[in-house]
Design a protein around this ligand. Structure first.
Ligand code: ZN
Length: 134
């Protein structure tokens, strides 16, 4: 079974912490030990795991990605958001995180981020929890 996390972005480019929403889905599945699979259902967004303590880290990453992939006028895609498609590809659209004792296995400073590159928009992340075979 697949469940969905709804994300509403407010800026063109931003990282949104969805760790608690993913934890809620893990709890709702009731799986003690297994794997949490996350998949972003969009071509101009991504998902990553990175520092959750200092918001300056996310700002710096977003700023760096914008410098790395500016929305250059030579892009031919009529929608005008090729930079967002490229950033989505660089960051990636899936993550897998272990589930142990009914909880996500994350490091002290790690959070799960939905990465918006062409907002503001309503977005969805598909979540599947698989249990270990016993
Ligand atoms: Zn496009």
């Amino acid at each position: 079974m697949v469940r969905y996390i709804e994300v509403k972005s407010r800026a063109r480019s931003e990282f949104i912490d969805i760790t608690e929403q993913v934890h809620e889905v893990v709890r709702s599945f009731g799986v003690r030990s297994g794997m949490c699979h996350l998949f972003v259902l969009h071509t101009t967004a991504g998902i990553t795991v990175n520092e959750g303590a200092d918001p300056a880290v996310q700002r710096d990453i977003v700023g760096f990605l914008n410098k790395l992939v500016p929305n250059d006028p030579y892009f031919t895609h009529a929608e005008g958001n090729s930079d967002a498609h490229i950033k989505s590809m660089l960051v990636g659209t899936s993550q897998r995180i272990f589930v142990d004792n009914g909880k996500l296995v994350l490091g002290t400073w790690q959070s799960i981020y939905f990465c918006e590159f062409d907002g503001p928009r309503a977005r969805r992340v598909a979540v599947k929890i698989t249990a270990d075979e016993v």
